[in-house]
Design a protein. Structure first.
Length: 712
């Protein structure tokens, strides 16, 4: 049923501006009734996936009428209207929870059946006087349908009848043609399966009767009577292998030089001698049936290929001896040709066999079933089951209504609007849990199938996203989440860092960052970023210079030692390069120090020319000149940080921007804070904190000296 929203209604809607868009409020039953008149452009979401959401998947599956794995506006409207029509008191939807029986609308026949079915379910559960019914009670098919042999689904299980003959027949049908699953979870058969079974038996019996007619007319179709099919099965199991053996023997009889190549060589046995022979061996099975010789005799009991010994003995017991051909311990080529001739008529007759699945049954059983009235008895059971279909359909409707009563409002508040996402007290259905990492708790975590594919669209969110792999020892499967960091800084967020993810069920998962989408997290981080980059650059350069100088000095020292060893008497030439190198380094250092001092003197002279109140403004201007561009860029990105691309990459169709403000970001990502009533003791033994205070004091002292110098 497709519902096309109309916009002619005059319902007065209430809107709230959240996330940069106007979101409609769903507070009353009238809002639900008028939902079909709401312009789809005002819905926050146009569709959502059925999977990977923190809401009962069965509820979404019931709403998804076309079973394509997605819920769209039309399907959502259908669910809303169906629910409102089944409730006499729709206000209970906003309370959710268990379905009150008093809220079911009994003004129409369908509502009466629904109420009767709900009471029947409660009676089966042992609580006939309960005023409400839960989803678990309505969905307990094993207890609901398991107490009824017939449940209106068109499938008959073995226990649908107490008649042993019917039970045996149903078991045979399932064995030959496969089973269908009954609502109670038991295997069974349908009318179509029953008809197909008897049609195949009829075709099979006609075909078998034709063989008997041919036999009566002189053709030996059944050389072993009723045992012929089983004997033929063992015959064709070895036919090609025996034909191959006799062909090899005939070639050896034609030319004795062929005997040696036709038998396996010693090298083959040498190659496989150290392998395991306790298991079936395909390589040995491929060897000749027996030793090839011009005699053309197959030894059945002795000297046979071990992989074929069992099959050849079965051939002897099931075919050769019953046919009365030869002594049975060996087989000559003439005797083998006689065996093949005896099965020739059966082979031709078998080629005309209709394709059926009932060959497991003997022909006597087939004819006994065709002559019985068991088919009609099962038909009667199927008709009785069909009469229960409307009542059982009403039982299905009870589960549907119970689920909608519990979940529909929550789903609408994550589809028509995102009120649950913007509510700090609850979590939206797409929020999979909380990630604890780097002293922060990230609440905006989405389940993703493929981080690489998700990141292509998620980059447009302008958020800092960490893709994490989640795993547990007691879980064979892993999954990925996309966690949004919206507070703090990114200095310690790197690929490979470990954390803990807690899902909505409370289970803890070990996590590892496997991919990052890097964007500014906060204005504070953007302010410090230029200084961090400069400090990082200087540190890298100093480290690189230090490593280079260390290698150069090491090389120079090694060169000096080598020169001392090679020229022990030339002291002057040995010391001169070292002294010259040191002098050069001191001269270069003096020049650099002089240039640095001249720069500082020029800076101090410039600052000295300023008045005391101009100096803080200059310093502030320098700081802003350095940090302001980074802060502006970060502010532009943070103010445009949006949820929509993250959800779109997860299969949603989001209709608006759904911005993530800085205030909401601080809620979605909480940093570690000490409790107000806590007491802190600082351990100074390591000297780290003392060193920090010493560095800070030295910096303040130097700043004070510079300030006094300028004022004086």
């Amino acid at each position: 049923m497709n519902i096309i929203p109309s916009f002619s209604g005059q319902h007065s809607w209430n809107f709230t501006r959240r996330g940069g868009i106007f979101q409609v409020q769903l507070d009353t039953v009238e809002d639900l009734r008028a939902l079909s008149t709401l312009d789809p452009k005002l819905w926050v979401a146009l569709s959502c996936p059925v999977n990977d959401l923190e809401i009962d998947r069965r509820t979404l599956t019931l709403i998804d009428h076309d079973a394509d794995g997605r819920v769209r506006i039309e399907e959502m409207l259908t669910a809303v209207q169906w629910t409102l029509a089944r409730l006499s008191n729709p206000e209970s939807l906003f309370q959710g929870g268990e379905l009150p029986l008093a809220a079911i609308n009994c003004d129409d026949p369908e509502g009466e059946k629904l109420l009767a079915s709900a009471k029947r379910i409660l009676a089966n559960m042992g609580v006939p006087d309960a005023p409400t019914i839960s989803v678990d009670q309505a969905a307990n098919t094993e207890q609901i349908y398991g107490k009824s042999r017939l449940n209106g689904d068109g499938v008959i299980a073995k226990d649908a009848s107490n008649d042993p003959e019917i039970q045996t027949l149903i078991a045979e049908i399932m064995d030959c043609l496969g089973a269908e699953i009954d609502r109670s979870g038991e295997p069974g058969i349908t009318k179509a399966k029953l008809d197909a079974f008897f049609e195949q038996m009829n075709s099979y019996e006609i075909w078998w009767r034709q063989g008997e007619v041919d036999t009566a007319q002189g053709e030996d179709v059944f050389p072993l009577g009723d045992a012929t099919p089983d004997a033929f099965k063992h015959f064709i199991a070895v036919e090609k292998k025996i034909d191959d053996f006799f062909a090899r023997c005939q070639l050896a009889a034609f030319d004795q030089r062929a005997e040696t190549p036709l038998n396996p060589g010693v090298s083959l046995y040498t190659e496989i001698a150290n392998t395991d022979f306790s298991l079936p061996r395909k390589d040995i099975e491929a060897l000749p049936l027996a030793r090839v010789s011009p005699s053309s005799t197959v030894p059945i009991l002795q000297g046979i290929n071990p992989e074929w010994r069992t099959r050849m003995r079965t051939l002897c017991d099931k075919v050769i001896r019953p046919l009365g051909i030869g002594p049975g311990d060996t087989l000559e080529i003439e005797e083998w040709q006689a065996v093949k001739t005896r099965f020739e008529a059966y082979r031709l007759w078998r080629q005309s066999k209709p394709e059926t699945g009932i060959e497991k049954l003997k022909i006597k059983r087939v004819r006994a079933l065709l002559a019985s009235n068991l088919r009609e008895k099962i038909y009667a059971l199927l008709e009785e089951d069909a009469r229960l279909a409307p009542e059982m359909k009403a039982i299905d409707s009870v589960e549907k209504l119970a689920r909608y009563h519990r979940d529909l409002i929550q789903l609408l508040r994550n589809f028509v609007n995102f009120s649950e996402f913007y509510d700090e007290q609850v979590s939206a259905i797409f929020q999979a849990g909380e990630l604890y990492l780097d002293g922060r708790e990230c609440r905006l975590c989405l389940r993703v199938d493929d981080p690489t594919k998700h990141a292509v669209l998620a980059t447009l969110s302008r958020a800092f996203v960490a893709y994490c792999e989640c795993r547990r020892k007691d879980s064979p499967t892993k999954f990925h989440i996309a966690a949004v960091f919206s507070a703090g800084d990114s200095s310690n967020l790197i690929v490979g860092r470990n954390g803990v993810f807690r899902d909505r069920k409370g289970l803890l998962w070990d996590t590892t960052i496997v991919r990052l989408i890097e964007n500014p997290i906060s204005i504070h981080e953007a302010f410090l970023m230029p200084y961090v980059r400069v400090g990082r650059f200087i540190g890298e350069k100093i480290e690189k210079w230090a490593v280079t100088r260390d290698k150069a000095m090491q090389k120079q020292m090694e060169t000096g030692v080598d020169s001392i060893a090679s020229e022990p008497n030339n002291t002057e030439s040995k010391n001169t390069p070292a002294i010259g190198g040191v002098a050069t380094m001191l001269a270069a250092g003096g020049i650099a120090l002089g240039a640095f001092g001249a720069g500082l003197a020029s800076l101090f002279n410039t600052m000295k020319a300023l008045t005391w109140w101009e100096l803080p403004l200059v310093i502030l201007g320098v700081i802003l000149m350095i940090s302001l561009p980074s802060m502006v860029i970060a502010w532009l990105k943070i103010r445009k940080r949006t949820l929509a691309p993250l959800l779109d990459a997860s299969g949603w169709a989001v209709n608006g921007r759904t911005l993530i403000s800085a205030k909401l970001g601080r809620v979605l990502t909480k940093r570690a804070t000490l409790p107000i009533s806590s007491q802190c003791q600082f351990d100074e033994r390591s000297g780290a904190r003392s060193g920090l205070w010493a560095a800070l004091g030295l910096t303040l002292t130097i700043s004070l000296i510079v300030w006094l110098y300028i004022l004086i």
